[in-house]
Design a protein around this ligand. Structure first.
Ligand code: FES
Length: 290
């Protein structure tokens, strides 16, 4: 798939939740090639500070109008710079990069679960909408979004997804909206209470959350695709900064790494050696998955 460097023009840019911005850009070349789950590397300042581009996933893709939407949260200097860009100004983008999500087989009518933690909602939205547009959302309770954040102000409104026929289950760490607790607990408890067993899981969020989603999916033998985050400097496999421990294809005892930018960012739960990462701060899942 061709990588395109394009001068994209900001069409709209606004804060849609606490420290969370939605930027719509005219970027016809990239919009034409992009698919859900991929990302761009964005130059966030005209000068050299900050020097490095920032990875931003596609939130929405409108190939026909040649526009894309990027949803991001201010987490540092780069995204703070980005938040100050005004409509009419331009940003240099390189993309689309990485692999993408795989849509479930159209013939499979089992429920689909999306799990988002905080800004992890960003890459899931385009996939959710595409799945809904296949007619999947016409069947009640087919598409479930489990969407957690630290506090209510960080959540996008549920109506944003409900208009597509999605059933939204919200959670907040501080209990200010929805279920009080982690989104991983919410999906585990819901699955027990409602005898809910999705045919596929798609997730994006902090690594701690992904670790538990991965364990749960593996224990339940449910196919899952996880969009993983890592520090990225180049986005094209050159700097090796985004490496995560993975299973060696030929020797299980050997060290092996995958690169989130080049091999991902979408991975199956079994592709990552979770026990080699620091992802053990959450309480254990309800299910005995070890
Ligand atoms: Fe440089 Fe992945 S960001 S190798």
């Amino acid at each position: 798939m061709p990588k395109i460097q394009e001068h994209a023009v900001i069409v709209d840019h606004r804060e849609v939740a606490e420290r969370t911005y939605l930027m719509r850009l005219k970027s016809p070349g990239i919009a034409r090639e992009a698919s859900p789950g991929q990302f761009v590397m964005a130059r966030v300042a005209k000068g050299l500070d900050p020097l490095l581009r920032r990875p931003l996933s596609f939130h929405r893709i409108f190939a026909e109008s040649g526009t894309i939407e990027l949803l991001y949260r201010i987490v540092g200097k780069g995204t703070l710079c980005l938040s100050k860009c005004l409509p009419g100004s331009g940003i240099d983008l390189v993309g689309p990069l990485g692999n993408g999500f795989t849509l479930p087989d159209r013939r499979d009518l089992s429920p689909v679960a999306f799990v988002a933690g905080g800004i992890g909602i960003a890459p899931l939205c385009e996939l959710i909408v595409r799945l809904a547009l296949t007619g999947a959302a016409a069947k009640p309770d087919r598409i479930h979004l489990f969407y957690g954040a630290r506090t209510a102000a960080e959540l996008l409104p549920a109506e944003y997804f409900e208009r597509w026929g999605i059933r939204v289950h919200s959670s907040t760490d501080d209990g200010s909206f929805g279920y009080h607790g982690y989104v991983t607990r919410l999906i585990e408890e819901f699955s027990v209470a409602e005898d809910f067993r999705p045919g596929a899981i798609y997730a994006c969020g902090p690594l701690d959350m992904q670790f538990h989603v991965a364990k749960w999916a593996l224990a339940q033998n449910i196919p899952a695709e996880l969009s993983l985050e890592s520090l990225m400097a180049c986005g094209i496999g050159a700097c090796l900064g985004c490496a995560l421990p993975s299973a060696h294809p030929g020797d299980p005892a050997a060290d092996h790494y995958v690169h989130v930018c080049k091999d991902g960012p979408i991975f199956s739960p079994g592709a990552i050696q979770w026990q080699k990462m620091q992802t053990h701060r959450l309480p254990p899942p309800i299910f005995p998955c070890d």
